[in-house]
Design a protein around this ligand. Structure first.
Ligand code: HAM
Length: 421
């Protein structure tokens, strides 16, 4: 039997890859306008980075990481997300010392999680994400959220829902944590093993549990919103003020808890509300992580960011029946008759490409009719036909496949003619 692709991964073939390239292009242009610079970090890191960064009680770290020992017995992990690696790099390269602050970065690349594959959930998926590190002003939270919304909007999505929440600062979180422990402790034996383990260490994660989500104590659990101190509330209000100024609609959902431990203050998600979109409607997730730099051995450097997967973005585009613009890519197809004409086409195809034109010719020695069909399928703008007569006259018959008009053009003038048309 032939070897198949691993479960939860996909080949992105020509015909589809153009959509990815288009999205990446729009995202890059957007980042330029917002002044975010690209960063590329390794696909694998020391396992400890994610244990400390993402948090060792999270599903990601406990169940979903691709962790392996290399030949030097070091524990390494394929990155399940991008933030920990970016902040590690920020600390390692002392970006906190740069003149331009905050440091605004973006990345695009594969992430790996051992999850149960289903529509919109892969084991290898591509995230586009941004991180702004070095400012704890709510205006940058609003900027980051607006960037995510703007990307979706530019691509044509309309059925979007932005949900925000505040997870508060350390003081608020400690108060809430105690309230959660008191709430669940008397009946913790009715919960799954994972939740029992989470109770003392990270009871907030219990609210995120998929197994126990219908337990009656879940609905009555103390809400973080009631434990926010004055400073955290003021921060959250200011964020909402800025979003309103930008004209970005949002909902506040005090039940929004994200699946990673580094968050505080702002947490947000963007969902698709398009009909026919599968069960997994979250397109994008992000939030503030003010203690992460310190957790990774760096100085205090408050940050905020988000990540979204291209896979889910494509599903959302499908659900709203949005076609991304496909650019015409072939300027000229050389159609030849006879060996000498083929010699000329080899020369002209090569030279056309040197002139920054996209050019193609037949390399299967097909009949003229088949060559013309090929040009049509490749959506060539022009075909240049070369036969014996044309060769002796030093011209080719150049046909515009869109308008159907044709002209004799000399070989010398051919490239200028193709460029001007
Ligand atoms: P996350 O919520 O784990 O956050 O993932 C962000 C996004 O990645 C999701 O909203 C979804 O679009 C996509 N995603 C996650 N898992 C999968 C999967 N198995 N298949 C397809 N897409 C998936 C983070 O990763 C944080 N690092 C975001 C962040 C950046 N927070 C601050 N800065």
């Amino acid at each position: 039997m032939s070897i198949q692709i691993p479960r939860g991964t996909q080949d992105i073939l020509p015909g589809t890859v153009e959509k990815w390239q288009y999205i990446e292009k729009v995202a890059k242009e957007l980042c330029e306008q917002y002044q975010y610079k690209e960063i590329r970090t390794p696909l694998f890191e020391h396992t400890e980075l994610f244990e400390r960064g993402v948090g060792d009680t999270t599903d990601i770290v406990q169940k979903e990481m691709y962790t392996f020992k290399d030949r030097g017995e070091r524990s390494l992990t394929l990155r399940p997300e991008g933030t920990a690696g970016v902040v590690r790099s920020f600390v390692q390269h002392k970006m906190f010392g740069q003149v331009n602050q905050p440091v605004k970065l973006f990345y695009t690349g594969p992430m790996f999680r051992y999850e149960r594959p289903q529509a919109g959930r892969f084991r290898q998926f591509v995230q586009f994400g941004v991180e702004a590190i070095g400012s704890d002003d709510p205006s940058i939270d609003a900027e980051v959220i607006s960037l995510a919304m703007e990307l979706y909007t530019r691509l044509g999505l309309k059925k979007l829902k932005l949900v925000i929440n505040s997870l508060g600062d350390t003081e608020s979180r400690i108060a809430h944590k105690e309230a959660l422990i008191n709430h669940f402790k008397p009946r913790i034996n009715e919960f799954c093993h994972d939740c029992q383990m989470r109770l003392e260490k990270n009871p907030l994660r219990i609210l995120d549990c998929k197994k126990d989500r219908d337990h009656e104590l879940m609905a009555t659990a103390p809400s973080l919103a009631d434990y926010l101190n004055a400073e955290s509330s003021a921060y959250f209000k200011k964020l909402q003020h800025y979003l309103t100024l930008m004209g970005i609609e949002f909902e506040v959902d005090s039940n929004l808890v994200r699946g990673l431990d580094y968050y505080n203050h702002t947490a947000f998600e963007i969902m698709s509300s398009a009909e026919g979109f599968g069960a997994i409607t979250t397109l994008c997730g992000g939030g503030r992580y003010n203690g992460l730099s310190e957790d990774l051995g760096g100085p205090s450097a408050p940050g905020i960011g988000f990540a979204l997967s291209i896979e889910r973005l494509l599903s959302a585009l499908d659900a709203e029946s949005i076609e991304l613009p496909a650019e015409a890519v072939l300027d000229c197809y050389f159609v030849t008759m006879g060996e000498q004409a083929k010699d000329k086409a080899v020369e002209l195809t090569y030279k056309a490409r040197k002139h920054n034109l996209s050019a193609e010719m037949d390399t299967l020695n097909r009949k003229m009719k088949a060559q013309l069909k090929s040009a049509d399928r490749l959506k060539a703008k022009f075909v240049a036909i070369i036969g014996e007569n044309e060769l002796s006259e030093g011209t080719s018959v150049v046909k515009n496949l869109e308008s159907g008009t044709q002209e004799n053009v000399t070989f010398e003038k051919l490239f200028d003619y193709l460029k001007q048309s």
